[in-house]
Design a binder for this molecule. Structure first.
Ligand code: SF4
Length: 223
């Protein structure tokens, strides 16, 4: 499939979901390249859709600056999802969990705030792509996702079959800038303490958690 065909297919899927569902929709966004492509496609059809950002408190300064720049430029309805504890409170109670127990840290600063935030919605657009990781190889474009509360959401991944090259070509075509950290060799960008340039150039996510884990727990918690 050409990029034009993939763009058309993604746009048609997004339109179909909006037409078929009366449930409120949101899109999650980490402000990485694929997220910006997805957000651009989704806001073309629903400009005021809530754009959920996991405000872990541990992001790079560049990520916060880029988030604010793109929010202003695209007039995003940004919703920051924060943990129940500040970074200072968590570190004073538990120490530096991203060094000692990253799963627990991700649980407190990503998974719990996201699931709490998602409870307000019935449709969840994600920028997941099958190519990103072995854990995403079987990603369905449209899937059901059950929150711990039992609430069921429609999880929609319009870029599931997009390659990294597709994403970059799309952003270039649309004239959208990318997070400046990519210029420094980063290929997958999350919290600063857990992100380095990739150790394996063939595995863009190998710079996350120093290869100790592949996911923060959000996208493997579905049925
Ligand atoms: S990515 Fe690292 S700093 Fe961020 S929530 Fe997970 S363990 Fe904590």
């Amino acid at each position: 499939m050409t990029l034009d065909q993939k763009i058309d297919a993604a746009g048609e899927l997004i339109g179909r979901v909006f037409a078929d569902s009366v449930a409120p929709a949101c899109v999650t966004c980490s402000f990485q390249t694929e997220c910006m492509a997805l957000v651009d496609l989704v806001i073309a059809q629903k400009p005021d859709i809530p754009v959920l950002f996991l405000e872990t408190g541990y992001h790079f300064a560049e990520t916060y600056a880029y988030r604010d720049q793109m929010t202003e430029r695209l007039h995003l309805n940004l919703v920051n999802l924060a943990s129940r504890q500040t970074v200072a409170e968590q570190e004073s109670q538990f120490g530096i969990l991203n060094q000692t127990a990253p799963d627990r840290c991700c649980g407190m600063r990503k998974v719990e705030p996201l699931f709490r935030g998602l409870d307000d919605y019935g449709v969840w657009f994600t920028a997941l792509r099958r190519e990103q990781s072995p854990t995403r190889a079987n990603l369905q474009t449209v899937d059901n996702f059950r929150l711990p509360t039992g609430k069921q959401l429609l999880k929609v991944s319009p870029l599931a079959d997009w390659t990294n090259a597709d994403v970059w070509s799309y952003l270039k075509r649309r004239g959208l800038p990318v997070l400046p950290l990519y210029e420094q060799g980063y290929t997958s960008i999350g919290c600063a303490p857990c992100t380095t340039p990739p150790a394996d150039p063939d595995n863009p996510r190998s710079g996350r958690w120093a290869g100790r884990k592949l996911e923060c727990g959000i996208h493997i918690a579905s049925d």
